[in-house]
Design a protein around this ligand. Structure first.
Ligand SMILES: Nc1ncnc2c1ncn2[C@@H]1O[C@H](COP(=O)(O)OP(=O)(O)OP(=O)(O)O)[C@@H](O)[C@H]1O
Length: 358
């Protein structure tokens, strides 16, 4: 598979603020790539540099092997889908989709039959058949999102950039559009680079997930690797599914304010430590009197509260040093537990299930 985009040492500052601090990145053709990062990490700035809306202070951008730093945005052959859709309110669904083809600077399409065929094919692809003549104010949010996507795809871009494309949709629709976006992309074979602040969206959608941290790529890997082997405590923190503990390695234990955790045969990860991380769903809650097995780590904590989220329940426990530990139980595995407020429990996990950044 050939690479579609190559970034080398891209830097961008606004005054004293460094938004991008030297980005090296290669994005393959025919792939779904998610770009995940907390607010302010530089996601939008990076997309805008790639699209050509923003000039970087340094570094180079290559598209299909050719440098495009000097090429204006509208000639790059890169599509952009915005969170707010940015549709023309006075045009119909078909009118919005045709607009870019009819009005492009070079090679504007004037042949009505060709235009109708191209627009019709893309309307079919994104699932808008029958809505061609509706005004865009008379369709649903999900349908407007499809129009925004179709309007970009009809220009046959080499690469499509999507900035929080599902952010304006309600939760049900967002889940459905995830699957649809992936299917549409697969049918076309064009690379999507999808910016999101949602870890679940990034992991669910990306063949490759890029994690941005303060203007740098903290990790680029498949979703499984990111989830199970985050490259640093910062990446683990963004994923919102790891309890992180401060401390230091002391012989065969990790020692910090939360206690002394015996180190098992689990991996020692090189990046950004020292820190100790246990995933929410790796922790079991036991009566305080139950002793741990030799291969387990145990801390005592008082139950604070639970939160149901559909298929799972997340319970929060306070350690003696005040740190809150989150435990996630999937209801398909066991019925919801009934913990007593303020009561003490043993929180237990297998030594080799923890991650050690050292
Ligand atoms: N035009 C600008 N002028 C000054 N500072 C800017 C400008 N655009 C972005 N920044 C700053 O650059 C940093 C990166 O911003 P960016 O919008 O790329 O982050 P982001 O990861 O997309 O955030 P969010 O998820 O909140 O949209 C932020 O600190 C932001 O305040």
């Amino acid at each position: 598979m050939t690479d579609v985009l190559h970034l080398s040492d891209i830097g961008k500052s606004y005054g004293d603020l460094q938004a991008l601090g030297g980005i090296d990145l290669t994005i393959p053709g025919n792939a779904y790539v998610s770009l995940l990062g907390p607010s302010g990490s530089g996601k939008t700035t990076l997309l805008r540099v790639i699209a050509g809306f923003e000039q970087p202070d340094r570094g180079s951008v290559r598209l299909n092997g050719r440098p495009i730093g000097h090429v204006p945005a509208h000639r790059r052959g890169i599509g952009f889908v915005f969170q707010n859709f940015a549709l023309f309110p006075h045009l119909s669904v078909a009118g919005n989709i045709a607009y870019g083809l009819e009005n492009r600077e070079t090679g504007a399409l004037t042949d009505r039959a060709v235009l109708r065929r191209k627009v019709g094919a893309i309307i079919d692809l994104v699932g808008l058949l029958g809505l061609e003549d509706r005004g865009v104010a008379q369709i649903s949010g999900g349908q407007r999102q499809r129009v925004a996507l179709a309007r970009t795809l009809v220009t046959e871009p080499h690469l499509v950039l999507l900035d929080e494309p599902l952010g304006a949709l309600d939760a049900n629709l967002r889940a459905r559009m995830r699957t649809e976006l992936r299917q549409i992309r697969e049918r076309l074979g064009v690379t999507f680079l999808h910016v999101t602040g949602s870890e679940s969206e990034a992991l669910a959608m990306g063949d490759t997930v890029l994690v941005l941290d303060r203007g740098r790529i903290a990790q680029a890997a498949d979703a499984d690797t990111i989830y199970n082997r985050p490259a640093s405590p910062a990446v683990a923190r963004f994923l919102n599914c790891y309890n992180l503990f401060d401390g230091a390695v002391d012989g065969e234990a990790f020692v910090g304010p939360a206690g002394r955790f015996a180190i098992g045969g689990g991996p020692r990860l090189p990046g950004g430590g020292p820190a100790y991380a246990v995933r929410y769903d790796r922790i079991e809650v036991r009566p305080v009197s139950a002793p741990p097995a030799p291969d387990e780590v145990r801390v005592e904590a008082a139950f604070v509260a639970s939160e149901y989220s559909g298929a799972a329940v997340n319970a929060f426990f306070a350690l003696d040093n005040g740190q809150v530990v989150e435990v996630e139980a999937h209801l398909s595995h066991r019925p919801p537990a009934d913990y007593a407020p303020q009561q003490r429990y043993g929180l237990v996990w297998k030594r080799d299930r923890a991650l050690l950044f050292a």
